[in-house]
Design a binder for this molecule. Structure first.
Ligand code: NAD
Length: 550
């Protein structure tokens, strides 16, 4: 069903706030709502991929767009995680001994299979997450691109590198990279395919085994991807997906892995970082944000209006790199703001398994509650609604209109807290300097966006913004899609980064191997130490003059 956001609607029903567990029973799921490709048999096969050491309770997976139950997966336990880790440790050495180029072939086949089977997983993403198909498609492109990138570059990144030796000619030094062993990947529900699998790909390319723990609400996309990797040639046991609640499985996973890749909220990030620190294992964290978009005086509004709509409402605003704050130059405010508000209001909401709807559902009644709370708090304290502002239970239990606010102030939750929904606050600024100052006034620093006709100036401004990625004349896809460059958050938005060289080498232990020829690095023969010290001092001074030496 598709409905324009501007059409009349009723207030949220009390059912719309029901917890996923209390939603309709499996029997009440109408098979036709799953579309022609997703069958009970397929869902059963995916659930059977979960490694469990015995009979387990089942976790019901709810379709956010309808509130009905999609299927069930095992409620994994700490014992299951421990058993998965044992399996992974058994399978990993053989995988690591394979040529990096042969491991890359698996990733290349996976990318090709993904592109050709995309319709099936697009349905799964939509059904378990509720997002519109156009936003689900971003996940296909992202995973295929990441897989190909690391297939192409991993052999080069992993090859032993020559480094300058302690003594020229006499010391030959190499930097080696060895897989860590077992990598744990904890991911959220908002990009269930991308975040469920793409961080595992470089870990696998580097010769690790991976245990992935997707969010409790969205396990199917990661399970589907694990099945496809097996079909592409990944040996059994090298990648396993455990399912169940994060607070129950997260601790045991940190307990059993050698590196943790975590994506999720800053709050949970702090908990798992403390657990990882107590085991002295390394981790990488991609966390929350309160991203800002800057519309400068010379922005091309024909491009900026649709770009800003994408920036705010992609994946129903449940995108870590989407925007919740917009700073608009005073000189274009009157021309820009009504056009932006109108474009937001005319987005079509819906949940069909095709490309018709512009925006889908929120993930859960809890997320709907946060969005509703942030907007009503702002409005009750004096903010003005320029678009949206209401739940849409007439479309589905967790739908909410694309919402544009102005007049928001620091006493409102929406001002500085991450809403993670289709809500953006607009602020009028007197120029680029004020926009930069306000954008940087946040504990977060994930992804910002600058719109200007002068791209040189755009880059200069971008370099003064305190965020791990900044897009000029694009919302988020240009920087994210540049897989060769690092993507990570500053401040409370993360630790470390994904993508590029660091995105694979973080899954390895670096080792320096140095071979000493002819002379020891000590007084040779019977040379008195004082003579040696003098000679070495002279050598140090001479070495400094050689090109490339420090
Ligand atoms: P969350 O932190 O509640 O959950 C994320 C993952 O952590 C899930 O798999 C969950 O099961 C697990 N988890 C929950 N409690 C745990 C615990 N005690 N120990 C171990 N694991 C636990 O996150 P959320 O609120 O569901 O997801 C949205 C958040 O993720 C937003 O803040 C968003 O900005 C952020 N996010 C960041 C990025 C990025 O790349 N920076 C990408 C997507 C989402």
């Amino acid at each position: 069903m598709t409905a324009a956001a501007a059409s009349p609607e009723s207030a949220a029903s009390s059912e719309s706030a029901a917890s996923p567990e209390s939603a309709a029973s499996p029997e009440s799921a109408r098979p036709e709502s799953l579309g022609p490709r997703i069958t009970a048999e397929l869902l059963g096969r995916l659930a059977a991929r979960v490694p469990v050491a015995g009979r387990r309770d089942q976790v019901a997976i709810t379709m956010p767009a309808t509130g009905k139950i999609l299927g069930h997966v095992p409620h994994g336990t700490a014992d299951d995680v421990a058993a998965a880790a044992e399996t992974a440790r058994g399978a990993q050495p053989r995988w690591a001994r394979m040529d990096a180029a042969d491991r890359s072939k698996v990733l290349l086949r996976f990318a090709e299979l993904l592109l050709s089977r995309q319709d099936e997983v697009l349905d799964l993403i939509q059904l378990e997450n509720g997002k519109a198909r156009r936003h689900a498609f971003e996940e296909i492109i992202d995973v295929a691109q990441t897989s190909r990138y690391y297939a192409r570059t991993a052999p080069r990144y992993l090859r032993p590198q020559r480094r300058a030796g302690a003594l020229p000619a006499l010391t030959q030094t190499w930097e080696y990279h060895h897989p860590k062993g077992v990598v744990g990947v904890i991911s959220p529900w908002n990009y269930p395919l991308t975040l469920g699998i793409s961080d595992a790909l470089p870990a696998l390319a580097a010769g690790n085994a991976v245990i992935a723990k997707p969010d409790r609400q969205t396990p199917y996309s990661a399970l589907w991807a694990a099945g496809l990797l097996a079909e592409a040639g990944l040996p059994p046991g090298v990648l396993q997906v455990v399912t169940g609640p994060g607070p129950e499985l997260g601790g045991p996973l940190v307990e059993h892995c050698d590196f943790l890749m975590f994506t999720g909220s800053t709050r949970t990030g702090r908990i798992v970082a403390a657990q990882a620190a107590s085991r002295l294992i390394e981790y990488s964290m991609e966390l929350g944000g309160k991203n800002a978009i800057l519309v400068l005086a010379d922005a091309d509004l024909r491009r900026t209006v649709p770009g800003a709509v994408r920036a705010a409402f992609s994946s129903t605003g449940q995108l870590c790199i989407s925007m919740e704050r917009m700073y608009v130059d005073d000189s274009v405010w009157d021309a820009f703001v009504p056009r932006f508000a109108k474009a937001a209001s005319s987005l079509r909401l819906g949940h069909s398994l095709d490309y018709k709807p512009d925006m889908g559902s929120l993930i859960s009644p809890a997320q709907l509650d946060t969005v509703t709370r942030h907007v009503s708090d702002a409005v009750s304290k004096g903010a003005e609604l320029l678009a949206g502002g209401k739940p849409r239970p007439d479309i589905g239990p967790c739908f909410y209109e694309p919402t544009v606010l102005t007049g928001t102030s620091p006493d409102m939750a929406v001002y500085a807290d991450e809403t993670f929904g289709p809500v953006i606050s607009l602020y009028r600024v007197s120029g680029a300097e004020e926009a930069i100052k306000l954008a940087n006034d946040s504990c977060y620093g994930l992804n910002f966006s600058v719109w200007t006709r002068d791209t040189r100036k755009g880059r200069q401004i971008a370099s003064r913004l305190e965020a791990g990625t900044v897009n000029v004349n694009e919302a988020y896809a240009a920087a994210w899609g540049s897989v060769d460059a690092p993507m990570g958050g500053w401040k409370d938005s993360g630790v470390g980064s994904r993508h590029g060289e660091h995105g694979i080498l973080k899954y390895t232990d670096a080792q320096t191997i140095a071979v000493q020829h002819l002379l020891p690095i000590a007084p040779p023969g019977r040379t008195p130490p004082a003579t040696y010290a003098k000679a070495m001092t002279a050598a140090m001074r001479a070495l400094q003059r050689l090109p490339g030496r420090t």
